[in-house]
Write a protein that binds this ligand. Structure first.
Ligand SMILES: NC(=O)c1ccc[n+]([C@@H]2O[C@H](COP(=O)([O-])OP(=O)(O)OC[C@H]3O[C@@H](n4cnc5c(N)ncnc54)[C@H](O)[C@@H]3O)[C@@H](O)[C@H]2O)c1
Length: 314
């Protein structure tokens, strides 16, 4: 049974992964190679926990208890030498992850399961420097940002992992309050990001051809397909509507939908102008300096509402 966890990298994803497991009662060793990040990450997590208390998602007494379960490490060996499951959330650089797993192989007991939160790298490539026995202990465990608020975790079952090991990890994620997905094929983007980008391609294309304003395209998603998809998946929605109707609609729609093989000009145009979204103050929408924190908080508040509601319908 997985009892002790290590998270490698305390950046955007790593600190929320550590936070999630700690909130669920697991002791977590959080390894981070940069001193500056180590110095600030606990305050960052505390801020996120305090926010969850204000949103009545967490009890006030759980804040300190959660923080106490997270131990920071500057030394990799010390962080991983007695853990059952280690998930890395370090930068998306293949050589870095390959070398990290090689080091883990030296430092961890044979039972330890290795996971990567990679968004785009192949499992086989990341484990290239490992022995066959260790490769069977390597998997992808892909989270969504912000990791402590979005329930999904995509777990790979396409390496040589035994069913027993996979089920242990699956069980861990259930206990941590996640909604794990078992991914059977090694496909780029796994499942959730493919669904996301299929929809994003069309949304950006609709902007490109001026079909509606940015406000209205997002409104159509929030109050149309995504309103339904927040509670009912695409396949079930199709069943509800009638597969004959969907089949006829797709024959008519598909020739008209975006078939672009590169990111759309609407998206690239903003990037080329340095308009990268909220972090630069402008993207599809404007985020004046004085309103950015408010916009971020409003985004997170909506996620907490959704998180609370989802507990009742899943
Ligand atoms: N950001 C996202 O939305 C998102 C979503 C899902 C998956 N991912 C994946 O998660 C991983 C991490 O992404 P991120 O956005 O958290 O990156 P990030 O840059 O925010 O964080 C990476 C952290 O790793 C630290 N680091 C660098 N080298 C290290 C090393 N050798 N050992 C330990 N720590 C090291 C950095 O100091 C940094 O704190 C990537 O593989 C990425 O593809 C990101």
């Amino acid at each position: 049974m997985i009892k002790k966890i290590a998270v490698l990298g305390a950046g955007t994803m790593g600190h929320t992964i550590a936070n999630t497991f700690a909130m669920a009662g697991y002791p977590v060793n959080l390894y981070e190679s940069f001193e500056k990040v180590r110095e600030t990450v606990k305050d960052k997590i505390r801020g996120e926990l305090d926010f969850l208390v204000r949103e009545e998602y967490l009890q006030p007494e759980d804040v300190q208890a959660t923080l106490d379960r997270i131990t920071l490490f500057a030394d990799l060996k010390e962080a991983v030498e007695d853990v059952d499951y280690v998930i890395e959330a370090t930068p998306e650089i293949l050589e870095l992850k390959q070398n990290l797993f090689k080091q883990l192989d030296e430092y961890c007991p044979a039972r330890t399961i290795f996971a990567s939160n990679t968004s785009s790298l192949k499992l086989g490539d990341m484990g290239a420097l490992l022995s066959e026995e260790r490769k069977a202990k390597l998997m992808i465990s892909h989270w969504y940002n912000p990791g402590h608020l979005i329930p999904i975790a995509e777990l790979s079952f396409f390496g040589n992992m035994t069913e027993e090991d996979f089920n242990e990890v699956y069980e861990l994620y259930i206990k941590a309050g996640k909604q794990p997905i078992k991914i059977l094929k090694d496909i780029t983007g796994m499942v959730a990001n493919r669904l996301l980008h299929a929809q994003a391609r069309e949304a950006f294309y609709l902007m490109e051809i001026g079909a509606a304003s940015a406000d209205d395209i997002d409104k159509a998603l929030k109050f149309g397909p995504c309103f339904r998809n927040a509670t009912t998946g695409m396949l079930e929605v199709a069943d509800m509507g009638g597969l004959d109707v969907w089949c006829a609609a797709e024959d008519n729609f598909f020739p008209e939908l975006s078939h672009q093989e590169k990111a759309s000009d609407a998206l690239r145009g903003h990037v080329e102008k340095g308009e990268l979204g909220i972090k630069t103050g402008k993207g599809f929408f404007d985020y004046p300096e004085e309103k950015r924190a408010q916009a971020q908080e409003a985004f997170q508040k909506r996620l907490v509402v959704q998180l609370k509601a989802s507990k009742n319908y899943i």
